[in-house]
Design a binder for this molecule. Structure first.
Ligand code: PEP
Length: 249
């Protein structure tokens, strides 16, 4: 049994006081949820304050990015050790906005995934095709390249602890959601790849999230898919009402 994860990616939103307020309301409203793991990923500047709010709750803290080195002369970057230090359990890696706007490639993602594991962070590794790639029938090829390169340096044991997020780029922030069939086809394929890389037992244990315009109305259908083990939620995670409804799908 894979415990579902509902993770909120707040992106570059929320000042510290706003983040604290949102985290507090989410904590108060989801306190009794035990059958799902809830993860909040505020911006770096709010991690410490949100961690304090979450101290006495099962809600986990995640970051949205990190550097691949643990320390050094990388002006402006944040290291995985710093994320551990502030109390993060998870880190989102290879988000399509990082790939699209900051030139993050599969080999950069690979280095980050490697360091996340050696630092004790659980990476939520994002993969997904663009609209032109889907229209050209290249979805599975793109996913294969992202999964095989991005996760290539992990051992079988590490592989088991991984979280993958299938996020079709055309569905992120657009209001267009993948149909349950589209999500299931991609996620079943990702699990098959994970099986080839880490063995069937590990592949069965790995949580594969769907992400892309999740809202309270579409979460149940997506979660009814066999290979959808949770959601990475962007826009709808910024509002307490919609996020709590998604958690309680
Ligand atoms: C995301 O950024 O990971 C995401 C899925 O965003 P949204 O839910 O807004 O599409």
């Amino acid at each position: 049994m894979r415990k579902p994860i509902i993770a909120g990616n707040w992106k570059m939103n929320k000042l510290i006081l706003e983040a604290v307020e949102l985290a507090r309301e989410i904590k108060n409203r989801t306190g009794s949820v035990a059958n799902k793991e809830i993860v909040l990923c505020p911006p770096f500047t709010a991690l410490s304050s949100v961690k304090e709010v979450l101290e006495d709750s099962p809600i986990k803290l995640g970051a949205q990015n990190m550097h691949w080195e643990v320390r050094g002369a990388y002006t402006g970057e944040v290291s995985p050790m710093m994320l551990k230090d502030v109390g993060c359990t998870y880190v989102i890696l290879g988000h399509s906005e990082r790939r699209q706007y900051f030139g993050e490639t599969n080999s950069i993602v690979k280095k980050k995934v490697r360091t996340a594991f050696s630092t004790g962070l659980v990476p939520i590794v994002c993969v997904g095709e663009t609209l032109p790639e889907r229209e050209k029938g290249e979805t599975l090829r793109v996913l294969e390249e992202q999964v095989k390169t991005g996760l290539s340096e992990l051992t079988r044991e590490e592989g088991k602890g991984l979280v993958v997020a299938y996020e079709p780029v055309w569905a992120i922030g657009t209001g267009k959601t993948a149909t349950p069939d589209q999500a299931e086809e991609a996620q079943r394929f990702i699990r098959k790849l994970l099986g080839q890389m880490f063995g069937g037992e590990s592949a069965q244990a790995i949580r594969i999230l769907y992400g892309g315009s999740i809202n309270p109305d579409n979460i149940s259908a997506l979660m009814s898919c066999e290979d959808v083990d949770g959601g990475l939620v962007g826009g709808a995670s910024l509002n307490v009402e919609s996020f709590v409804k998604i958690v309680n799908y």
